[in-house]
Design a protein around this ligand. Structure first.
Ligand code: GLA
Length: 425
């Protein structure tokens, strides 16, 4: 894609009580009824680019099962660009590269399904993929047939080489809308449940008007869509994609998700704290959790991050409400999202170079009853609070809580300490 944009201490004080709009009414479902929670699994691109093979996907599938990640929900195994031969066959069909996939993709699809996993594939809605392989434009029907015959469950459809010349007078968004809607229709009528992942917003990142135009229709056509430039294994990139994605909370709902791109957990460019931060922020933003690293060689620490059930549960919460920014104090962003059953997930995120402290009233989180019980999702520690939460957060770190109200008056509920204090990581 082009690069247009490219030991914590927690205090809290007990006083009274009191908004994040809970948005509790049932959100609409996307038309195809798929991806009602954000997709979870693996995509090779961020870590491997074109260095892919049948062996890699077989190894990854086994590792997802062996490590328990599949059981936690990481089931989509998605092949990105470079899987196909440079030319279609005589029948106009796409062909997988024999040297990379000696047994073919139908075999691979069966292998993944036999391991309880799902099979995802990559194409481009224009003339060519970003790596110059044949695009889908003009071949929608036969390509969807091919994918169905291979048992594909998930299509990532890129937009590197848009067919602008076929639509004189139409702008970027209008052309993208037509071609993506055509593929969406073909998928819906294919007889197979195929999750549809789209890329257009990322291609107009940095062009606010075109971006808004694309965002106006994308949720009615796609199950998820890339909101930012390609993620890289650097803090700068993670921060940039977080920043681009965090304001888009209105656009997400079950079946339709903002996608700030893959997880860099397990790779070498981020510290472990930064990896935990990316994972927490992505979960808070109801983003897809797509691992892009060598899953067969995950360190225990990286595996522990990816396996944090409490954080995964936030990402996969059935209400599907993406967190919004409810406060910002110096370098600290405070995000909050309502969860099913009246709970909330709150993240204090320190973007800055030094440890910092921030505080927020429960009322600002939409919590009007007190006291509340806080559970720190990385340490497992719990505590009770009444009026506000204050967190001290290390540089590039997060403090993430699940908050649940304990009662309405506090008379029978446990007494909240005037000031509590924890030390974690
Ligand atoms: C674009 C996409 C990436 C990846 C590559 C493959 O850059 O944004 O996620 O699919 O193409 O060429």
């Amino acid at each position: 894609m082009r690069s247009a944009r490219l030991c914590l201490i927690v205090f809290w004080c007990g006083l009274g009580a009191s908004s994040l709009a809970a948005a509790a009414s049932p959100p609409p479902h996307s038309e195809n009824g798929l991806a009602l929670t954000p997709p979870m699994g693996f995509n090779d691109w961020a870590h491997y680019q074109c260095h892919i093979s049948q062996k890699l996907f077989v190894r990854t599938a086994r590792a997802l099962v062996r490590t328990g990640l599949a059981r936690l929900g990481y089931r989509d195994v998605n092949i990105d660009d470079c899987w196909m031969a440079r030319h279609r066959n005589a029948q106009g069909e796409l062909v997988a590269r024999r040297t990379l996939f000696p047994r073919g993709l139908k075999w691979l699809g069966r292998y993944l399904h036999a391991h309880g996993l799902k099979f995802g594939i990559y194409e481009d809605a224009g003339y060519k993929t970003c790596q110059g392989r044949p695009g889908m434009y003009g071949h929608i029907a036969e390509d969807v047939r091919t994918f169905v015959s291979w048992g594909v469950d998930y299509l990532k459809l890129d937009y590197c080489d848009p067919p602008m010349n076929r639509y004189p007078g139409l702008d970027f968004s209008q052309v993208a809308h037509r071609v993506y809607a055509a593929v969406s229709r073909a998928l819906r009528h294919s007889g197979r449940a195929i999750v549809f992942s789209c890329s257009p917003p990322a291609y107009v990142d940095g062009k606010p008007r075109a971006y808004a135009e694309v965002m106006s229709w994308i949720g009615s056509v796609c199950n998820l869509w890339r909101t930012d430039d390609d993620i890289a294994d650097t803090w700068k990139s993670v921060l940039s994609n977080y920043t681009g994605n965090v304001g888009l909370w209105r656009d997400a709902h079950p079946g339709a998700w903002n996608d700030p791109d893959m997880l860099e957990v397990g790779n070498r460019g981020l510290t472990l704290r930064e990896q935990r931060t990316q994972f927490s922020l992505w979960a808070e933003m109801a983003a897809p959790l797509l691992i892009s690293t060598d899953v067969s060689r995950l360190s225990p620490a990286a595996l522990a991050i990816l396996s944090n059930r409490a954080v995964i549960a936030v990402d996969q919460d059935p209400l599907g409400i993406q967190a919004r920014l409810v406060g910002a104090e110096g370098p600290i962003d405070i995000l909050s999202r309502p969860l099913v059953g009246g709970a909330h997930a709150v993240v204090f995120f320190n973007r800055g170079p030094a440890t910092a402290t921030a505080s927020i009233r429960l009322a600002r989180l939409g919590i009007h009853r007190n006291p509340v019980r806080l559970r720190n999702l990385w340490t497992g520690k719990t505590a009770v609070a009444r009026r506000r939460i204050t967190a001290r957060v290390p540089s590039h770190g997060v403090v993430m809580f699940r908050i649940r109200t304990l009662g309405t008056t506090g008379r029978t509920a446990p007494r909240a300490p005037a000031r509590a204090h924890w030390v974690h990581n």
